[in-house]
Design a protein around this ligand. Structure first.
Ligand code: 13P
Ligand code: SF4
Length: 313
């Protein structure tokens, strides 16, 4: 065994020890590196992780994901200490929606209901009527009376997908995910030609050209469930490739091919998620830092649209 693997094993043991000693739970998103997924107590999509954060009895929640996810955990369970391995792990959708601009958008459309994707800051959640995730957005929009006008923010691709599924017209904020907008339709179709019979499965944050070709569209958990239950054996994966680790674990013996980005770059990897490393997970548990701290008033206001989402989904 080389020095690096001994170091890794010791770190995993230390993380386990700290978790027990501090009564901490590790919640991780599927886009985290494989080792982080393997030390997590629960891995899920945004909706499932929110539910787990709300229900946990642990004293500390270490959220291995991006900032808006850890913030949501704090809003749902404010008496817990919520840690994130790297405080700079942001999200392009959240960054594209500063609360003052979102407030102005709302003021310009006072008769619209604001349904907002969970990929936004606590400040934007506090200004929204209902939060949704990629797994419940269609279900939530379908429950709104037909005559009610809707503002859907911040992901225009998810918004268009929901409009197509529900037949509803919505006013969309012009945001997108830097990862899901990079996939190349041309390269994907070339791969489809090479791997005859492979199914294309995509996250709804992808652009319409990708979604049009997809055999299945869903949240990260829905994509994972699809490959577990589908009789096929080869898949082209149009989402962040971190999820392939769970696909290989939970549906082994199949072939998972990541859809490549347009440019010759690793741009299908989320750079924000990648800021979290095993070393930072360990240090964060050890030092109980960096911690997510939120203003009480923001927590109170942001909780309302999140609770509405949980009731409606
Ligand atoms: P899911 O809720 O589908 O896991 O999506 C989270 C996300 O950030 C996708 O880019
Ligand atoms: Fe945000 Fe895109 Fe990264 Fe998801 S993959 S966290 S939407 S930047």
């Amino acid at each position: 065994m080389n020095e690096k693997s001994v170091e890794n094993i010791n770190r995993i043991k230390e993380i386990q020890r700290l978790k027990e000693e501090k009564n901490a739970v590790i919640l991780a998103h599927y886009y985290q590196e494989s080792e982080i997924q393997d030390v997590a107590d629960f891995i899920g999509d945004s909706l499932e992780l929110s539910r787990r954060a709300k229900e946990t009895e642990a004293d500390i929640i270490l959220f291995a994901g991006v900032h808006f996810m850890a913030e949501t955990a704090k809003i749902l369970n404010p008496n817990k200490k919520v840690l994130i391995p790297d405080l700079n792990a942001g999200c392009s959708l959240s960054d594209a929606t500063p609360p003052p601009l979102f407030k102005k958008f709302r003021e310009e459309h006072p008769d619209h209901l604001a349904i907002t994707y969970i990929n936004c800051s606590a400040g934007v959640k506090a200004l929204s009527d209902i939060i949704c995730t990629s797994s419940n957005s269609v279900k939530i929009v379908s429950q709104i009376p037909k005559e009610q006008k809707i503002l859907f923010s911040p992901d225009r691709n998810l918004g268009r997908f929901v409009m197509k599924q529900t037949g509803r017209d919505m006013l969309l904020w012009d945001g997108s995910c830097i990862v899901h907008e990079t996939f190349s339709r041309e390269k994907m179709l070339r791969l489809k030609g090479e791997f005859q019979g492979a199914k294309i499965i995509a996250h709804p944050e992808c652009e319409v050209g990708i979604l049009k070709e997809a055999d299945f569209i869903g949240s990260t958990s829905a994509l994972l469930n699809f490959v577990k239950t589908d009789p096929g054996t080869e898949y082209l994966i149009a989402t962040e490739p971190g999820i392939i680790h769970q696909m290989e674990k939970q549906a082994p013996g199949k072939r998972y091919i990541p859809v490549p980005p347009e440019q010759e770059c690793p741009c299908n990897k989320c750079p924000h998620m990648a800021l979290n490393t095993m070393e930072k997970v360990y240090l964060s548990l050890l030092n109980e830092q960096p911690e997510i701290l939120l203003d009480e008033e923001i927590i109170r206001k942001a909780l309302i649209p999140i609770e509405r989402m949980l009731e409606m989904s």
